[in-house]
Design a protein around this ligand. Structure first.
Ligand code: F6R
Length: 602
């Protein structure tokens, strides 16, 4: 949430900052701003409400701001409404320090009171203005320079932050610090880049330093010095990032989301082939032998993956699995007996609640395994073991290909756990892996039929309420399909376990209510079909997805696969339905209102 960029070198900073922000706009898009130090030493700030394009227009593509050092920000509001005043960068009261910030300062009220009492003046409602004034306060009070002032702020701050700071007194430097919000530095030749995510700097350099939690850095065009919170200098090695720059471009598609939906066969195949060799699942980290239960923890769509895996792992490996929302897990004093393996699933690897859940488990001496898409992200680095998904950079706010890659990796986990526990025979390993090998092709077949879904979406463009029902794995697909529809099409929809509908929710069914039934699980297929009849007889318009037609009315066939893996296919028409509905309603598919990719605040 919120994107940060910075540049120091010989080139004009503003166009580079705007270009970087464009790549990070998925992190927040309610306002944006840049600060550039001009030749006379003054730091000029321009900020605008709304999308980045407004800022680009206001600064004439950055040409109105001259200077070779600057910082920029695209915002997802936490404190204070999205307006120009609350947009970043923020200056301290006398204008000598300028800050952009990602995260939440939890004790900002108390600190604000203290700063007010010391004569500081606040122009915005943001916690960021507290940060910039606090840094200025420590700089003046102790007079020991910028690293000391930032380190003192870090000691005093509660919450999460990544900050980039300009001091008027130190015109040739950018200072950065972080805790629980991502921040990287890209090193070029005689120039340095700062960003909250790698895609922002890929067109300039692939040499990247990952700043660790509670670390800070002092960046000049020709070098970087790193410090820990005790102000002691540390040594850090750069990493060469191996990412195709085009992976983060639209590549001819109208929206990132459609591009990413279409990339699913590749994402799923790459993830499968990363871990299956010679007919065996081979993970780089051995799974603990003595595991007695799994606790899967995640948020949003990644949680839905966990919900599917609960069914799949319990069925294949006969191992108890609990799935917990990370935001609940971290605060509810969970019971984690010895032998528990906590599996954290996250595309970004930066989701605040999931990261906190990993820390909570580790603090209790419980082993943690992360399933993560973004290389070297916080969760990937902090968990005891990490298995990467190979979806590539996901830019659209609504996840699709990362979700599918997570499912694939989860199936492999189920097969391998089953093999280790003796519940999956060698013949079954072969059978399961052969079925998984076919999933990418089956997804492609579904994508080839997408016009049917497009037509269906056009017929229902004004739909108000949609219920999605299924049992077992099908129920978890409904959870994901329903979330997709809510987040990008703004349709009220609910996912229900089909058997639960008549315990209350059925009262909401009236003439014309759209009810989508997902039916891929043979043992409960007839039961869900009966539940659909119950709503049809109360006026609902029923649509089914499944291997076989079991109902009158609209039907979207799902190519056949082994039942435990059906979620990977059944979800595709639901993703497409949400996408086409959003397009036909004229909505911003890739940047839905109020949302941002990578939720780094709780
Ligand atoms: C929905 C969506 C979110 C994320 C959730 C977790 O389309 O993208 O619900 O799944 O915010 O994010 P990660 O996977 O980055 O931890």
């Amino acid at each position: 949430m919120c994107g940060i960029v910075g540049y120091i070198g010989k080139k004009q900073a503003a166009p580079i900052l705007l270009e970087g922000l464009k790549k990070l706009e998925y992190r927040g898009y309610d306002s944006a701003g840049i600060a550039v130090r001009s030749g006379d030493g003054e730091v000029r700030v321009v900020k605008t409400k709304g999308r980045l394009s407004v800022l680009e227009e206001r600064t004439k593509g950055g040409t109105l701001l001259s200077g070779t050092c600057g910082i920029g920000h695209t915002r997802w509001a936490t404190h204070g409404e999205p307006n120009e005043e609350n947009a970043h960068p923020h200056k301290c009261t006398d204008g000598s320090v300028t800050v952009v910030h990602n995260g939440i300062l939890e004790n900002y009220r108390e600190l604000r009171e203290k700063l007010l009492a010391s004569g500081y003046v606040f122009r915005s409602e943001t916690d960021t203005e507290v940060i910039v004034n606090l840094i200025d306060y420590y700089r003046k009070k102790y007079g020991q320079g910028p690293v000391d002032a930032i380190a003192r702020f870090m000691t005093r701050a509660r919450g999460s932050y990544a900050v980039a700071v300009l001091f008027n007194e130190f015109p040739d430097e950018i200072f950065v610090a972080r805790k629980d919000s991502p921040m990287i530095i890209g090193a070029g030749k005689g120039e340095m880049f700062v960003a909250s995510d790698v895609p922002a700097i890929l067109s300039h350099t692939r040499t990247v330093y990952y700043i660790d939690n509670l670390e800070l850095a002092r960046i000049r065009a020709d070098g970087i010095r790193f410090y820990n919170i005790d102000r002691r200098e540390t040594v850090k090695q750069p990493v060469t990032v191996d990412l195709d720059e085009r992976a983060a471009e639209k590549d001819g598609y109208e929206h990132f989301m459609m591009k990413e939906i279409c990339e699913q066969p590749r994402a799923v195949r790459d993830t499968l082939h990363a871990y299956v060799h010679g007919g065996k699942v081979e993970f780089p980290c051995p799974l603990p032998k003595d595991v007695t239960q799994l606790v899967i923890t995640a948020c949003g769509s990644a949680y839905h993956v966990g919900a599917t895996l609960q069914y799949v792992i319990e069925s294949l490996a006969r191992l108890p699995v609990r799935v917990e929302l990370a935001s609940e897990f971290r605060y509810r004093d969970p019971i984690l007996p010895k032998g528990t393996l906590v599996v954290a699933i996250s595309q970004s690897g930066e989701t605040a609640d999931t990261l906190a859940a990993v820390r909570e488990a580790k603090a209790r001496g419980i082993r943690t395994l992360a399933i993560v898409n973004v290389l070297s992200s916080s969760i990937a680095r902090e968990a005891d073991d990490v298995l990467y998904t190979y979806a590539g950079p996901e830019i659209a706010v609504a996840t699709t290909k990362a979700y599918s890659a997570q499912l694939m990796l989860g199936y492999l986990l189920a097969v391998e756990l089953g093999r280790l526990r003796g519940t999956v025979s060698p013949e079954d390993v072969s059978r399961y892996l052969a079925a998984l090998e076919e999933i990418p092709e089956r997804i492609s077949e579904l994508l080839n039929e997408s016009e049917e879904i497009q037509r269906f979406a056009a017929e229902h463009v004004n739909v108000h309420d949609v219920f999605m029902i299924g049992r077992g794995v099908d129920y978890t697909v409904c959870m994901e399909g329903s979330l997709k529809l809510k987040e990008i099409s703004y349709v009220h929809t609910e996912a229900y376990a089909a058997g639960e509908l008549k315990h209350g929710t059925i009262s909401l069914i009236e003439d014309g209510t759209l009810v989508v039934g997902v039916i891929t699980q043979g043992s409960v297929a007839e039961k869900t079909a009966s539940n659909l009849e119950e709503v049809r007889s109360r006026g609902a318009l029923v649509v089914t997805l499944g291997f076989d037609r079991m109902q009158e009315g609209a039907f979207f066939p799902i190519p056949r696969t082994l039942e435990p893996f059906a979620a990977s296919l059944a979800v595709v028409p639901l993703q497409l339905f949400a996408y086409y509905l959003s397009v036909q309603r004229g909505l911003d598919v890739d940047k839905p209102r109020n949302l941002a990719k990578s939720v780094t605040v709780e």
